[in-house]
Write a protein that binds this ligand. Sequence first.
Ligand SMILES: Nc1ncnc2c1ncn2[C@@H]1O[C@H](COP(=O)(O)OP(=O)(O)OP(=O)(O)O)[C@@H](O)[C@H]1O
Ligand SMILES: [Mg+2]
Length: 302
Amino acid sequence: MTAAPVVARTRDELATARAALTGGDTAVVMTMGALHEGHARLIRTARERAEHVIVTIFLNPLQFGPKEDLSRYPRTFDSDLAICTREGVDLVFAPTPDVIYPDGDPGVRISAGPLGDVLEGQSRPGHFDGMLTVVGKLMHLTGGDLFYYGQKDAQQLLLIRRMARDIDFPASVVAVPTVREEDGLALSSRNMYLSDSDRQTALSLSRALQAGAARAEEGPSAIRRAAREVLIEEPLALVDYLVLVHPTTLDHVPEWYKGEALLAVAAKVGTTRLIDNTPVLVGPGGGAREVFSDSPEAAPRG
Ligand SMILES: Nc1ncnc2c1ncn2[C@@H]1O[C@H](COP(=O)(O)OP(=O)(O)OP(=O)(O)O)[C@@H](O)[C@H]1O
Ligand SMILES: [Mg+2]
């Protein structure tokens, strides 16, 4: 039996509990709650490397648009805590918005810049500024050394890496491969919204990515065409974008391109917006990859 983690609700409680985590690195996994096996994989990966693990559970109002699903977002704190206990988490920080934003809506935010305006950012204006602002705050408040993020949210991961580099956060950012159901569906808290038939429709996303990656040796247009053909077969998935882009610039890769690229898709299924992606090596010996190879190794800071 592992002990249940300390639960901190306020900044003072967090500071006290954090101060007790001495000796060795502290890793942080940030979540919005409604934990699933994707989150568990992040925690486990963090535990392999770090002495202490902090999980934050915070539904960040700043990253939801006015017409998005903040009020209906699943809240499952008891089962979240059970997963954290099972995974041997030391400390859970679960604040309310007034703890994180004591003065209300913060006037100052971290800007994602141009990379925040494309793909997810185009459909969700302001989303990445709100996400980076809370990630920056949680990096400071938790005082972590290592921060773990899922490849499923590829653009988020890229922007967090950029933030750490561009404005010198002393943080190592580590990518964790996407955890999927046996049939290929990427785990997501929002999958709870899917009806049985939505769930079937949703499979077209991961199938499209697989079909695209299977043509990786033939080049970008073969990849895009194969992925698109799968999505066309499923008219109930309302595709927002299907792109093959450079992993760090998010520019569409040209036909002569060889090397790593991100094959990414977003679609509305029923009332739910879903995203998925796969890193792909384009060219000879190419195919799907779990994470990008240039993902810096988890190294202690200093
Ligand atoms: N299937 C997954 N595999 C690996 N990591 C994941 C997976 N799903 C989420 N994560 C990661 O867990 C962290 C917290 O994500 P979050 O709490 O937003 O969960 P989520 O499932 O993405 O929820 P939602 O679908 O509402 O965005 C992020 O770093 C995210 O990339
Ligand atoms: Mg998410």
